[in-house]
Design a protein around this ligand. Structure first.
Ligand SMILES: Cc1ncc(COP(=O)(O)O)c(C=O)c1O
Length: 390
């Protein structure tokens, strides 16, 4: 039987097995959650329960949550919705990191058309944010800071609580894209001290098509999708009750998040240790920084990332060379370039993101296959160089 091993959990996660039996039951609640007759009661209850479950996991009140179609929409809503239509009182600066997801970066850039300025916070070779630069740039002119909690490509964690404290002192709003952190590390939005935070269901073993935006109580948020009065008028459109219920269910798994974080860290560290000791010329990108427990990003000298990915796929291993959303894009990862890797280095990158279903045996098998594949590809490369005299 063909082996299928999935090491691409930062792109999306498989559905949690516990949901396989729950989803058919929820399908019976097909009504519109806004209906006040009997058909609306079931889906309305699904939404209510999910809202409490998500709120409990991330430490907010249920009504501080707005359900969306996913992380991208929640990031759009946060940035466009928290900022006034035009800058007010000279507050026209938006600060983002150099490694934000396109749904943050491009939304911030869009705000230039509304009179805002975007300033980029650099990261170093280890993926660490330049906090001194943040302190320099932050001022009474800052309208919004948007910095992710965990990077999708390297897993690097940013000091969001510290940034939030500084931002508050200057009267700026702070938003955090926590899509990659949910389910991988414990999160508490109040401890982080942010005004808004983004989450996505499909990165956390739930169904695709739902996300959530936390917005601190009392903040004004302008709606971006106009229509019905769903989500207390903050996001129109009939809710995807099934997907939202699946996210709610996943948020009841707090203990598992904790135990998996410990297990996956050991597994990831073992994986890196074996690769570094058995394959020459490999470097872990951002390995010395604080990272998500499941993510490993590395460069393998002389090995084209796309070619490696396809060769590993033949053996049943699903991995990534960059963010999934930019697949099909031959350009090297902007995140790695922002960290100071050259284009050539970035093109040799491999991202492994482990998840709840992965085992020690899978990791052992993977390293064996990777070792042989890299040896073969480097052999071809060497042969070609000899043949063409390059
Ligand atoms: C850090 C980060 N933010 C936002 C998103 C977008 O989330 P969604 O796919 O739910 O729109 C992603 C998806 O890759 C992500 O990794």
């Amino acid at each position: 039987m063909l082996r299928t091993v999935y090491f691409d959990h930062n792109a999306t996660t498989p559905l949690h097995p516990g949901l396989m039996s729950l989803v058919p039951d929820w399908l019976k609640d097909w009504g519109n959650p806004s209906s006040i007759h009997w058909a609306g009661r079931g889906p309305k209850a699904l939404l209510r329960d999910a809202r409490s479950q998500v709120a409990r996991l991330i430490g907010c009140e249920p009504l501080e949550l707005i359900f969306t179609s996913g992380g991208s929409e929640a990031n759009n809503l946060a940035i466009k919705g928290l900022l006034p239509e035009r800058p007010v009182g000279g507050r026209d600066q938006i600060l983002i990191s150099a490694v934000e997801h396109p749904s943050v970066r491009k939304t911030a850039e869009f705000m230039i058309t509304r009179g805002y300025r975007v300033e980029i916070l650099p990261v170093n070779r280890e993926g660490e944010l330049d906090v001194d630069r943040f302190d320099d740039l932050l001022s009474e002119k800052t309208a919004l800071v948007s910095v992710m909690l965990a990077n999708n490509e390297t897993g690097h964690l940013f000091p969001v609580a510290r940034l939030a404290e500084q931002a508050r002192l200057k009267g700026a709003r702070i938003h955090c894209d926590a899509v990659q952190a949910l389910g991988k590390i414990p999160i508490n939005v109040k401890t982080l001290g942010v005004d808004a935070a983004t989450f996505s269901g499909h990165k956390f073993y739930a169904l695709k098509g739902c996300g959530a935006l936390y917005v601190r109580k009392g903040l004004s948020l302008s709606t971006q999708i106009h229509g019905g009065g769903q989500e207390r008028g903050r996001r129109a459109g009939t809710e995807n009750a099934l997907a939202i219920a699946s996210l709610g269910y996943m948020c009841t798994q707090a203990d598992r998040i904790f135990t998996e974080a410990l297990r996956l860290r050991q597994l990831r560290d073992h994986l890196e240790k074996r690769i570094l000791s058995e394959i020459a010329d490999v470097q872990v990108t951002g390995g010395s920084g604080t990272r998500l427990p499941n993510t490993s990003n590395m460069t393998l000298k002389g090995v084209d990332g796309e070619t490696l990915l396809m060769n590993l796929d033949v053996h049943g291993f699903a991995v990534s060379t960059g963010a999934a959303c930019s697949s099909g894009n031959p350009e090297p990862s902007p995140v790695l370039l922002a960290m100071g890797l050259t284009r050539a280095e970035a093109q040799t990158s491999l991202r492994l993101s482990l998840g709840w279903g992965n085992s020690h045996e899978q990791v052992e098998e993977f390293v064996d296959v990777l070792k042989a594949t890299v040896q073969r590809l480097r052999g071809f490369q060497h042969g070609a160089e000899q043949f063409y005299g390059v």
